[in-house]
Design a protein around this ligand. Structure first.
Ligand code: NAG
Ligand code: NAG
Ligand code: NAG
Length: 222
């Protein structure tokens, strides 16, 4: 009689252990992407439909700024300087033509938690790393190293693929490097009003109409 009750108790205990284990498993099975560090420097190798770029990405959230310095293979070195107030400067420097486009976006730079709410797709080996994979609003697929939780790769919906070559957490580009050249601020002394109009013209640059300005920038900046 007693053994019958014990048997049931044992069953209940086993069930409880199973349930708890199951819950833990369930929690473990839906990983979330790590927040981006407040500041980092990353070298990215980017393939955009066969056209290759090496990009230095300087993400600097506390200072509200983000920089993509893009070396096109055997070609232009371009600068894509983004401020959290929505202003972006795209420019080239000597010895290339001294060009500058100023675009105003409605959104600021990426938040460190911009991947919140991403949809988990499972694990996959990319670039020889075992990664957790998410996608975000049909905009980006994001691959994060399972062991270190560093990003390994991301793919924009456009097909542009970025491979993360370095990821230096805490690296900060000195302030003097965040100064757009003087020709990004034309006619400020003589044509104040015109300049304001120019700066906010939607035709000043590429009209990609992205819902997220952010890192997609470099995909479209020439
Ligand atoms: C770049 O991507 C294209 C497909 O868009 C592919 O055919 C090509 O092999 C890639 N190049 C490199 C160096 O990965
Ligand atoms: C945003 O900040 C940058 C850097 O301080 C500045 O050059 C730009 O004019 C600002 N844009 C607006 C719309 O205030
Ligand atoms: C530009 O603004 C300055 C002061 O902000 C003013 O002194 C100057 O007359 C203005 N120039 C023009 C062309 O409006």
């Amino acid at each position: 009689m007693a053994s019958g009750t014990e048997g049931i108790n044992l069953l209940l205990l086993l069930l409880l252990v199973f349930l708890q284990h199951g819950l833990v498993m369930a929690e473990d099975s839906v990983p979330v992407p790590a927040d981006w560090p407040q500041q980092f420097h990353s070298v990215l190798f980017i393939n955009r439909s066969g056209s290759l770029q090496k990009t230095d990405l300087w993400y600097d959230w506390p200072n509200g700024r983000n920089f993509n310095i893009i070396q096109h293979q055997l070609g232009l070195l371009t600068y894509d300087l983004e401020w959290d107030n929505g202003t972006s400067f795209y420019y080239t420097l000597h010895p290339f033509d001294e060009t500058c486009k100023v675009i105003h976006f409605e959104v600021g730079i990426l938040r460190p938690n911009w991947l919140d709410g991403a949809n988990y797709l499972g694990q996959e080996y990319v670039d020889t790393f075992l990664c957790n994979v998410w996608d975000k609003v049909d905009f980006i697929t994001y691959y994060e190293d399972v062991l270190t939780r560093r990003p390994v790769m991301w793919i924009f919906y456009s097909g542009m693929i970025a491979h993360v070559m370095t990821f230096e957490v805490g690296a900060v580009l000195p302030d003097q490097n965040w100064q757009a050249p003087v020709y990004c601020f034309p006619q400020t002394q003589t044509h104040n009003k015109t300049t304001t109009l120019l700066l906010h013209s939607p035709h000043a640059g590429s009209s990609h109409g992205m819902p997220m300005r952010q890192i997609s920038h470099s995909a479209f900046a020439k």
